[in-house]
Design a protein around this ligand. Structure first.
Ligand code: SF4
Length: 116
């Protein structure tokens, strides 16, 4: 567990600390934790995706110079890649996705108000 905390700290230090929410997490700290736990892509920071190469080194992932593909986080970015279990589950999944998008749009509006 100490290793994971250490990884979260190292990942966090590499991030831009803008807390814009464009990665889908409320702030850079939450994103760093998600990456360290294998729930988000190391390249998920929308402000600086290139930092993903350094983050990959921290969490021990080998990545090609171009065309990055890592299966360990695919479920996080494509949760619905399996067969649709039912219409109800699909509606629930769409509803959750819409809430998440709405949250991101709200954070963008808030950021625009604060900087505008
Ligand atoms: S997109 Fe990058 S800068 Fe914005 S909150 Fe996520 S990690 Fe932080």
């Amino acid at each position: 567990m100490t290793d994971n905390k250490d990884n979260i700290r190292k990942i966090y230090e590499l991030l831009p600390h803008i807390n814009c929410g464009l990665c889908g997490y409320d702030n850079c700290g939450q994103f760093a934790r998600a990456v360290a736990e294998g729930n988000a892509s190391p390249f998920g920071c929308r402000q600086n995706p290139w930092v993903g190469y350094n983050i990959s080194e921290i969490i021990g992932l080998k990545v090609p110079a171009f065309g990055y593909q890592q299966r360990s986080y695919q479920h996080a970015i494509r949760p619905s890649s399996g067969p649709v279990a039912s219409l109800e589950l699909l509606r629930k999944e769409v509803g959750e996705s819409l809430k998440r998008i709405e949250g991101i749009l709200n954070r963008i509006d808030k950021l625009a108000r604060n900087t505008g």
